[in-house]
Design a protein around this ligand. Structure first.
Ligand SMILES: *[C@@H]1O[C@H](CO)[C@@H](O)[C@H](O)[C@H]1NC(C)=O
Ligand SMILES: *[C@@H]1O[C@H](CO)[C@@H](O)[C@H](O)[C@H]1NC(C)=O
Length: 195
């Protein structure tokens, strides 16, 4: 039994003491909850404004849906606004209105029918970009989308990668809507401040 217990060597004890001490020292000195840091230390230079333009393809019907209903209320099917329905989406974003045009990213998130008086969606999603220098960077959207309005505006509340500290807005316009296939192409113009 005793054989399985590792021997505590003097070297181990020495290292352990040093490591614990430096950890406590760092914690005591400046590793509290918060401390000021200069923007340049994070590599943040001048804030810039970027305009992004792309088309979102949302297919609820058809053989390869990109948005699926995951929840509903007993009244959702009889509600004229689909109130209570919740969908999860993974919609492709393309450079041109055609689905076959260059893929620049994906819109991944949730939308829920949150209005009883009109078709109004609560949208919580990330635009995950895969084009050029923006590959791997994302923008987060939290907004209201009244899909029957000519133009809808949704706030951009944050971002990652090249879009760290992002804030701005997205304007959405329905480009085409195929009612039978429940398939929409939506044009997006996004204006975002970031570093
Ligand atoms: C609503 O309609 C869908 C599709 O027709 C059906 O699958 C679902 O069971 C219905 N839900 C309720 C609560 O009636
Ligand atoms: C984006 O990045 C991923 C992983 O870093 C890579 O596999 C992919 O080829 C890149 N796509 C483009 C279009 O550069």
């Amino acid at each position: 039994m005793a054989k399985n217990i590792p021997k505590v060597t003097p070297t181990f004890l020495f290292l352990f003491t040093i490591l614990s001490f430096s950890t406590f020292a760092a914690a005591g000195k400046n590793q509290g909850l918060s401390r000021p840091v200069s923007p340049t230390k994070l590599g943040l230079k001048r804030e810039k404004l970027t305009h992004l333009h792309f088309y979102l393809h949302d297919a609820v019907g058809g053989r390869n849906p990109t948005a699926v209903r995951v929840a509903e209320a007993p009244m959702t099917n009889t509600s004229s606004t689909g109130f209570g329905g919740v969908l999860v989406m993974d919609d492709p974003l393309t450079e041109r209105p055609e689905l076959s045009s260059k893929l620049v990213g994906r819109a991944q998130g949730i939308y829920a029918s949150a209005s009883q008086s009109e078709v109004g969606l609560l949208m919580v999603l990330n635009f995950d970009f895969m084009e050029g220098k923006y590959n791997g960077s994302s923008l987060s959207v939290l907004g209201r989308n009244t899909i029957l309005s000519a133009m809808r505006e949704l706030p951009i509340v944050g971002g990652s990668g090249l879009f760290r500290f992002a804030r701005g807005y997205a304007q959405a316009r329905t480009y085409t809507f195929d009612e039978k296939a429940q398939n929409a192409v939506v044009e997006y113009n996004v204006y975002v401040f970031h570093y």
